[in-house]
Unconditional design. Sequence first.
Length: 469
Amino acid sequence: MFPKEVYTERRKRLKDLMGSGLLLFPGNQEASYNYPANTYHYRQDSQFQYFFGLNHAGFAGLIDVDNNQDFIFGNDVDIEDIIWMGVLPTVEDMSAEAGITNTATYGSLTIVLAEALKQGRKVHYLPPYRGDTKIELSDWLGIAVSELKANASVDLIKAVIKLKEVKDSYEIAELEKAADIAYVMHTNGMKLCKPGIQEQEIAGTMEGIALALSGPVSFPIILSMDGQTLHNHYHGNYLTEGRMVVIDAGCETLTGYSSDITRTVPVGGKFNARQKGIYEAVLNANMAVINSLKPGVRYYDMHMLAAKTMVIALKEIGLMKGDVDKAVAAGAHTLFFPHGLGHMMGMDVHDLESLGENYVGYDETISRASEFGTAYLRLAKTLKPGFVLTVEPGCYFIPALIDQFRNEGKYFEYVNYDLVETYKDFGGVRIEDDVLITETGCKVLGKPIPKTVAEVEQTMAEQGIRFTK
Ligand code: GLY
Ligand code: MN
Ligand code: MN
């Protein structure tokens, strides 16, 4: 946990933004895997943890804005808990660490909320995303599960985003830590990309590194020679010369902060000419954006800068043709780059997404596009110092998409389909970094992970850790 003043100050700022009402933050419970007592690795709710700090199951937080009081509801461990799980400090002692002196049993929250509702008080809550939290909220507030999302507090959503989107120095230190561990994961992972090795061995080694040095992975590792499938979690292929491997992986720190980094490497460690061409098209886009990031810049414009940079390179290769600006304006780049440039990152790898992507990534000045490709852009709004986001352009050869666009007669003016056909066995390339917006520009988080062709080739020439079967 951070110093208790951090949590007290966060709650104070939230109260100032909200002005009145009760703010209810259910913590996460344990989640069962395949039978009740066999649980997943415990993960606290990011919003509860941000305002109340406690990283254990069985708590809820309540902020009474009108009376300026903060409460933790939870039960002290009993002898059975101690026998099976060990001793924990009392709820009172743990709450004190978050600057809270008002504590009560978990069960008493039902009575407190029923009383508040009887008095006609407004209870604000965020959209729930776990089944058991939905059931509890439904019971507490008398709202049907199916109506919970629609009744979530937009005022609270906006206030929480306003506070959490700007990271403080404690959070930035955690995000740096997560990125540094991703360095160890990725450098080891790329060294293992040799012909004959199964993808699973590399993914498992990288996940093991995350667990050995930090928390778990921040999302299931994406690692595949079939990188044209954007979120490919199948790791059954054996690597073969001439293919590339997309590795998109990161970890969480013990306080829940994430990293989310992608590197794409040639099996065997040497780029051939075709691979180098596509790789550098993506690298140019990644670097053009990083070199342009600063407060006041709209991320939508960065997405378009990435698209344009990539089209220029694809034109040099001969895959695209015609006027670059017109090609991007028409959306021809989406054949190769069908996703958004990036997203906010923090405690959640797609930060705050459970509150609604459009509230996090868009504002009054810009709303989500409806066109294919650009509609997947999760972050488009104007950047502020303290934002942490990903820069993750990619270029993919998705046979089904190529066939579809060609059959629909799309973008014949800008796409050289005959050459594109010869790339249907290529896969894809994505290069992703985690970046902090500073007062004057930006900073790529963590120890630099090899990224240029020369850096990647040099690292891949080294021996990686192997756990052979
Ligand atoms: N790792 C998923 C993403 O890059 O957003
Ligand atoms: Mn990623
Ligand atoms: Mn990402």
